[in-house]
Write a protein that binds this ligand. Sequence first.
Ligand code: NAD
Length: 489
Amino acid sequence: MSLTEKELLANVPTKLYIAGKWVDGHGENSIAVEDPATGKTLIEIANATEVDGLAALTAASEAQEAWAKTPPRERAEILRRTFELVKARSEEFAMLISLEMGKPIAEARGEVTYGNEFLRWFSEEAVRISGRFGSSPEGTGRMLVTQRPVGPAFAITPWNFPLAMATRKIGPAIAAGCTMVVKPAELTPLTTLLLTATLEEAGLPAGVVNIITTSTSAKTSAPIIADPRLRKITFTGSTQVGVRLLEQSAKQVLRTSMELGGNAPFLVFEDADIDAAVEGAMLAKLRNIGQACTAANRFIVHDSLADEFASKLAAKMEAMPLGRGLDPDTKIGPVINESARTNLQRLVDLTVKEGGNIVTGGSSVSGAGYFFQPTVLSDVKPGSTILNEEIFGPVAPIVRFQDEDEAIRLANDTVYGLVSYAYTQDLKRGLRLIERLDTGMTGLNTGLVSNAAAPFGGVKQSGLGREGGLEGIHEYLETKYVMIPDPSL
Ligand code: NAD
């Protein structure tokens, strides 16, 4: 039986979680979490200050030694139990994601499946942390290499995938034996709070994961990052904030994982299956209402297909009903807030001024909530402002190209390097593109790359490190090497 919105919100914890207890924050005012489809407050939650942040770090630091010693199988089983509990409550999680973030309920269900998979994947990885043993080249010694947990980590997550961005960090940290302070985004903290209650129910010991929600992120985070008890920072969010956190982390030479912004090129070659490319474009552009780091930001289309691609994409976009995420007919929800919407309008207006054309959409939708029309812009000129910024909304700019070298040059012409997409039916070209596209990930004839079993991450200003896959757990492990003299000497 599905819950009503009221029942759902009544189940969500609203306090901070520190040392295994739900506690009030020291912030003067609570944080009002809004429904972006209506602009109305859903619920008020605790607001942490520096005092609470440091209390959370104390709890993580005190729990670290015992947690590192906890058998990997036990850590794995806590993750596995959490996975089963999230699965059993998947509709509750999906409704909450949709309510606080705005995505259509079908997509929110997809996020629950995807996000929960990190818990299962890392429950499986926890027992596979291994090392090596061998002879030194000159034969006089034995070399032992082991892995051990980095130590207390500080995780900061963005608002756009409230479950998956949390599990992608919490899963490997728990598996590796690290304790954590987690700070979800103030715009969508409810899903992380419900996840925390689920971890508690699954038997996670006190102090292993501590959650602080705050309206003063910079002020509350800085003393945690400056504290010598912290050993690692793992951040997902904008490049701008990531750079600032890297600067702060440098003072203590912290281990860092940075999953930052993107500006994904989506290339369509003259030999592409155009209908497949349009389908892929819908997914790469409109997933999460265009608010994904992996969102296709620049459609780079061969001159011979550009008009057909623009009109087919526009027709599909126009057929997508806008609405509140919980309404089952909704295919596109609102963007996260008014400033995100104003930014979309700014980018569309600038594109037109800089010589592009509006094929469909182009404006905000009046009325309650932060809706923006799905928009296709054609004949966008290389160098236009929109091609250099993260759009983060349902707006698709199309640029024409004449040959492969030009397409690759345009694709790589950005400070970002998270993901690229390419549609071609020529195998050799596909292989050339994999080598020449300067991104951490490429979708070849697909518009979706995210998978818990894959190493997710970018190059250039899109970040450092990888989350998920075999690589994900290594972000929370450090290598220890031991030299032992040859026992026979
Ligand atoms: P953001 O950088 O504004 O905020 C991210 C998080 O950092 C939030 O929790 C915020 O409260 C916190 N924060 C902001 N300033 C801080 C400071 N000075 N000190 C400590 N914490 C601070 O990003 P956002 O708007 O929440 O998310 C959108 C961005 O995230 C986009 O750039 C998107 O590409 C990126 N993103 C990247 C990935 C990835 O895997 N590469 C995934 C999702 C989102």
